[in-house]
Design a protein around this ligand. Structure first.
Ligand SMILES: *Cc1c(COP(=O)(O)O)cnc(C)c1O
Length: 409
């Protein structure tokens, strides 16, 4: 299927925005959150307008419809990532909650003093701080696999650090700063051979790459709906059944129980065991619609589009004088972080915003990585299915204008 970003853009109401000065919005902050297509907005709206019952509780029609839509979304998501069963899909608030759920329910339960946790220097804070906390609570040691100058993982150091003491490798599939796609299948294989479990942070990969969680043999996978066309406040934890059985819930209360007595209770089977209280029903339904949209488009076609656009962007940005691009991994996402010499990344982003371009500036929730890169902040452009060469041209032209402005004054 040929890929037509311009046609796809018409599915996204927000991308039709034109600012007061007549400039159209160029949205290049997709690694932070994506825009939402009409299908997703319609699905969430239809739930609120027609089927707004609670799930798994009442017998009336609205509750039955809500439960049906909610569980149907779970099935769609399971199919989308190749999970053997929808029972392995736990709805969370997002990737961050999924990681915390594993850090509390699994790591704090099963780690012993002297055990080790392995993460990498390119982790998002969400896949670092919960492990810092778990390690501290259990007397375990947290170690970071270094990142090489080209933005790839130091595989030799990884093998050295992967001792039998390591109980868990928590690693991002793809970096939200460098765009690096890690060789996740190999990392999982090596970690398993060393006796460690693996949590994959799929916040940047599930929206962009073909992924089959069963083929990868990942023990845990987390991701967020809002970075893949879905609503905010909804995400997924996937885990192997025996892990979900063994783990403790993070939240307790209604909806997650089997039987309740005055002084104790038993838990429902997974995934309900981990979904205490009324869940984000509309969010789950919206995420189901987002998955439908992406599946219809095809992950392979999306990947080809993003590869071509990223190559074009690297070429165009490479021609901007005094612009440094961070990360040169051969396998990468449509995420490009950069710094314009002599101009603060925030000023770059602010200048571009006046031109209608939305990019991100700051520490990208990856302060340890930025420390290794030797900078306090970067600017970042990140692409998705609705971006095209015209967007990249606008970005390159705006950066040239920023440079001229700051170097002239
Ligand atoms: C965005 C992101 C997260 C956190 O996702 P939330 O939706 O904020 O929970 C975690 N890891 C990576 C790599 C991310 O890009």
């Amino acid at each position: 299927m040929s890929f037509e970003p311009l046609k796809l853009r018409a599915d996204f109401p927000a991308l039709g925005r034109v600012f007061d000065d007549g400039r159209r919005l160029v949205y290049l902050d997709n690694a932070a959150t994506t825009q939402k297509p009409r299908d997703v907005l319609k699905a969430t709206r239809r739930y609120y307008e027609e089927s707004a019952g609670n799930v798994h509780r009442a017998v009336h029609r609205l509750a039955a419809e809500a439960t049906g839509l909610y569980e149907e979304a779970r099935q769609k998501i399971a199919a989308f990532i190749g999970a053997p069963s929808p029972k392995q899909i736990v709805f969370t608030h997002g990737a961050t909650e999924g990681i915390n759920l594993v850090a509390h329910g699994w790591a704090r339960k099963f780690l012993n003093a002297g055990d080790e946790l392995l993460v990498t220097e390119m982790e998002h804070h969400s896949n670092l701080i919960p492990w810092q906390q778990a390690a501290r609570a259990k007397g375990a040691t947290l170690r970071l696999v270094p990142v090489l100058a080209d933005g790839t993982l130091d595989r030799e150091a990884f093998r050295r650090l992967l001792t039998p003491r390591v109980k868990l490798l928590a690693v991002t599939h793809a970096s939200n700063v460098l765009g690096t796609i890690n060789p996740i299948a190999e990392l999982i294989r090596e970690a398993h051979a060393a006796g460690a479990r693996v949590l994959v942070d799929g916040a940047q990969s599930v929206p962009h790459l073909p992924l089959n969680v069963a083929a990868l043999d990942a023990d845990f996978l987390v991701f967020s709906g809002h970075k893949m066309l879905g609503p905010t406040g909804i995400g997924v934890l996937y885990a192997k059944p025996e892990l979900l059985d063994a783990m403790d819930p993070l939240l307790t209360g209604g909806e997650m129980i089997s039987r309740v007595w005055d002084d104790h209770a038993t838990w429902a089977e997974p995934p309900q065991k981990f979904e205490a209280g009324t869940p984000h029903i509309a969010g789950a339904i919206g995420l189901g619609a987002a998955v439908d949209y992406l599946a219809k488009l095809g992950h392979d076609a999306l990947r080809q589009h993003e590869l071509a656009l990223t190559a074009y962007a690297l070429e165009k940005l490479g021609a901007v004088p005094d612009l440094k691009i961070f990360g040169r991994a051969p396998e990468r996402l449509g995420v490009v972080s950069f710094a314009l010499e002599g101009v603060h990344p925030h000023d770059v982003a602010q200048f571009l915003d006046r031109d209608g371009l939305a990019i991100r500036a700051g520490h990208m929730c990856a302060q340890p990585l930025l420390r290794r890169l030797g900078v306090p902040a970067v600017s970042r452009a990140s692409f998705y299915l609705y971006n095209d060469r015209d967007d990249v041209d606008r970005l390159a032209a705006a950066l040239l204008a920023v440079r001229k402005f700051f170097h002239a004054t």
